[in-house]
Structure formats: C-alpha cells, structure tokens
Design a binder for this molecule. Structure first.
Ligand SMILES: Nc1ncnc2c1ncn2[C@@H]1O[C@H](COP(=O)(O)OP(=O)(O)OP(=O)(O)O)[C@@H](O)[C@H]1O
Ligand SMILES: [Mg+2]
Length: 481
C-alpha cells in the first residue's frame, strides 16, 4: 500500500513539503525545503517509506542501511544523503533526506528521447555512463573507519537510479538494497531485488554478487543508451529472466554500423560469467574512453545538459511550476500574523486593515491556521496549489514595511477598494436617513389625518411637489399632446 500523499506545507522534522516527485516500490519521494535567515532556502528530496513497510523491521533496517552507507560516499556523481529521520506519525514513518537534483532519471530521459528524437547521441550516452561508472568506482572502493574495504555492491543499478541533472552531471542514487559484507541486516535469502532486466545473471539466480554484478548492469545501460532499445525486457518476468540467462546478445552494430567500435567492450561488459567481465569500474571506463573518439567522443557536461533540456524540458518546467506554486501558496501564510504567533506556530492573530470585509478575514484565517500547524491545506489536499487570498500580502506590506506600503503603486492598488467602501457607506447612510425620514413623516401625518389639520412643521414638505405628484402635471402639459 502506498503512502497518502503529503500535502504542500506538511512538516517532516524541519523540512517543509513542497511537492511530490514520484512514487517507487518502497517509498514516495517529495521535494521539500528548509529555510533560513534572509530568504535562504535549500531544496532537498525526502524519500518517505510507504506506511505498509514502516512496521516491517526488515524494510526499515534496509532504509537505515541505505542512509548510513550512502552518507559515507562523497563523490560528485553520487546523490548526497543528508540524513535519516523517523516520525511516529501515520503520515510519514521513516524517511531519508537527500540533496534534491533538478533533472530527470535516465529512465525518463531515455523514454523522452525515444519519443522525440529516437535516441540520445552516442557522446551524451558515453558521458552519462562514464559518470555513473565513476560513482560506482567510488562506492566499490568504500572503506570503513579502519580502512577495511566494505565490498559495497549497489545491486540496483538501473536507469531509474541514475539521475541526470539539468547541470549535465549524472548521479547515482538509491543504495537501498546495497549490500556490504558486514552490513547490519541481511536481506532474505534468495530474495531477488532490483530490476530484473538490469540484473547480473548471478544476482538473478540468487548467487553471490560483487562489484562485477554492478558492472554488468552498467553494460546493459550502455547497450540500451546507444541503441535506443531494451535489451532483456520481456513480456513477463519469466520471459525477461529467460532472455537474461539464455538469449544471444546482439552487438550494437546490428542496429547501427557506426556503433561497431563499441561491440567489443559491450561483449565483455555483458559476459554472463563474472570473471570474463571488466574487473573494475575504472577498467570499464578506460575501455570506453579508448574507443570514444571513433563514435564522436565523450560529450561535455553542458552538451548533456542541452540534451536534458531538449528531451525532458517539459518535465523540468512542470516540476519548477509546481515548486513555484507551492512557494506562493506557503509564502503569505505568515504574512498577517504577529511574529510571535508565527514563531510558536500554534495560533494566529490575523491582522487585517480595518476596512477589510469580513469574508476576507475568514479566508485568511482558514488558509493560515492549518499551515502553521503543518496540517494539510484544503486546497493542497485536493491536489491544487492555489495561492490563498492575495490581499494578505498587501496587509503585511502595510504593517511591516511602511516605506513600500505607501509607495505610489500600493496606493494605486488600495484606491478602488477604498472608493467602493466609501460608496457603500454613503448608500447605507442615505437609505437609513430615508427610512427614518419616512417613519417620522407617517407619525406626523397620522394625527393630522385624524383631525383634518396640517402639522405646521411639515407644511412646507406637504405642499412641496413629490416626484409622484409631479408626473401627472407633466403628462397634462399641452406641449406633450
Ligand atoms: N535526490 C533526488 N533528487 C531528485 N529526484 C529524485 C531524487 N531521488 C529520487 N528522485 C526521483 O524520484 C523517483 C522515484 O525514486 P524511487 O527511488 O522512490 O523509485 P524508483 O527509483 O523509480 O524505483 P525503486 O523503488 O525501485 O528505487 C526517481 O526516479 C527520481 O526521478
Ligand atoms: Mg530509486
């Protein structure tokens, strides 16, 4: 069962949820922010374990292991893990906080490239694979505090777990099912994890894995990137497994003769016997660099960045719009609050200008209070990130920043509202005066009608022509006939 989606503004420790990114097999990923002084904002990706797994000790331990291991790897091509936290609320159990990478997963990029331009240019594919190999190289070489090799194996290397940033850097993530020899918890024996279509044969049949298993997965990724096709994916898991273990692997030149220089190294990378593969990520990378000039070279990061913009530009724009919308929805919430209220986050005294209509106050209160407590904003819960009642921004401007509040533009904005209020007040006063005037007249006329006398004080009014009296006079005018 997947998690209920956390609403915009929901708090996970000191992180404020801005938008949901995606949901994977084990967790849901959100973009959240942490704010500091002077408008400082840092975006993070928060991976929240699905509630159904939150009580499963094995999964929780797996997540904690992921965080501990990943936090030890410091490399520009690894998504930095910033921490792990747990809350006992039903909404969010355990979660991992990572640096947010603006970009797209390699899976997303390949799929978009397939739809738009067929496939990524070979030099771009080589750059991405070299980046991921650099990340794997550093993970495989990870040692503990005493300098002992941890023999870390990622075991889930796939295009989903490589994020290609809008900066053109590819980064490896998700050491969730990684396995160090002396890890604290062991995964269930024989349990096949990771994505079958990228799994090394020895891993798929439950045998011992090592760094070379990850390199097999990188071989599959390189083959798919340069050909624009899927290598082992079958209709069913059984069909995929069958292909992975038995099917003949076509060299890339089968599909594009220009890729012939890559045939040899891919044959080695995809060898079913681990000992026939490259012994290390570095050896694999060197083999790529050796033949790269024959297929157009290795693209610079800025060229990869251009491909990301071309293929996944709309995904990036959509994500930016969601973030911007969430920021706008959250921004005004402290606007009408006294600083003390905003700080303790419990109750809010909404400060509005005296002339504000009651409905405006109600809107502000409804929008502000849940957000302070980290509760789902009604609009956000329904999936819309709306910017609540704009006038609150004006309110703060008037209260907190007098200089800008009395700027010509804010006076211009206030004018139509003031005029409307003046007209309303004038209309109310006029009707009140008219009603009391009519009452006074009927009181005065009643005794006069009874006695047949005209009250002296009202005589002039009684004799003055009323609008209804005037009409027949006009109608009887000879000029009108
Ligand atoms: N640090 C991050 N920055 C930006 N986007 C991220 C980050 N981490 C994950 N994502 C995005 O969230 C998506 C979902 O990630 P998640 O790891 O939960 O699922 P998955 O990789 O698709 O599948 P699996 O559950 O098998 O790992 C990723 O594909 C990626 O697009
Ligand atoms: Mg993942």
């Amino acid at each position: 069962m997947n998690a209920a989606v956390l609403a915009v503004g929901a708090k996970l420790d000191r992180y404020e949820v801005l938008t949901k990114l995606a949901s994977g097999g084990m967790a849901t990923v959100y973009v959240a922010r942490v704010q500091g002084l002077a408008g400082f904002e840092r975006l993070v990706a928060v991976k929240v374990l699905h509630p159904s797994y939150a009580h499963e000790t094995e999964f929780v331990n797996m997540l904690l292991d992921e965080a501990r291991l990943a936090a030890r790897i410091r490399h520009p091509n690894v998504v930095p893990t910033l921490g792990v936290s747990g809350s006992e609320t039903e909404l969010a159990g355990f979660f991992i906080v990572m640096e947010y990478v603006e970009g797209d997963s390699l899976a997303g990029l390949l799929s978009n490239a397939h739809k738009q331009v067929g496939k990524l240019p070979a030099p771009v594919s080589l750059r991405i694979v070299l980046d991921a190999l650099a990340a794997l190289g550093s993970a495989h070489a990870l040692c503990d505090e005493s300098g002992k090799l941890l023999n870390l194996v990622h075991r889930d290397v796939s295009p989903h777990n490589i994020i290609v940033g809008s900066d053109g850097l590819a980064r490896l993530t998700d050491f969730g099912i990684a396995k160090a020899e002396d890890r604290l918890t062991q995964t269930r024996e024989g349990q096949i994890k990771g994505k079958l279509a990228y799994m090394a044969p020895e891993q798929a049949i439950g045998m011992k894995t090592d760094a070379r298993s990850d390199l097999f997965a990188m071989g599959v990724i390189l083959w798919e990137c340069v050909t624009g096709r899927r290598l082992f994916r079958g209709e069913t898991a059984t069909a995929t497994l069958h292909k992975l273990l038995r099917a003949q692997i076509a060299p890339p030149s089968t599909y594009d003769a220009a890729l012939a220089p890559l045939d040899g190294l891919l044959e080695r990378a995809l060898a079913r016997a681990p000992e026939a593969r490259f012994p290390s990520a570095e050896a694999f990378a060197r083999a790529i660099e050796d033949v790269a000039p024959q297929v157009g070279g290795v693209a610079a990061a800025r060229v990869v960045a251009r491909s990301v913009r071309q293929c996944s530009g709309s995904k990036l724009a959509h994500e930016r719009a969601l973030l911007e919308s969430a920021r706008r929805a959250l921004q005004p919430q402290a606007a009408g609050l006294d600083q003390s209220d905003a700080a303790d986050g419990v109750s809010g005294t909404i400060s509005l200008p005296a002339a504000a209509a009651p409905v405006e106050r109600a809107e502000v209160a409804a929008a502000a209070v849940p957000a302070q407590r980290g509760l789902p904003h009604a609009a956000a819960a329904s999936g819309f990130f709306v910017s609540p009642a704009q006038p609150r921004t004006d309110t703060r401007a008037r209260r907190k920043t007098p200089a800008s509040a009395f700027s010509p533009s804010s006076r211009r904005e206030a004018w139509p509202r003031r005029l409307t209020h003046l007209l309303l007040v004038a209309a109310l006063a006029a009707s009140a005066f008219y009603v009391s005037f009519r009452q006074a007249r009927s009181v005065a006329e009643a005794p006069a009608a009874a006695t047949g006398q005209v009250t002296p004080g009202l005589g002039s009014e009684a004799s003055a022509p009323q609008p209804s009296d005037a009409r027949p006079a006009v109608r009887s005018s000879p000029d009108r006939r």
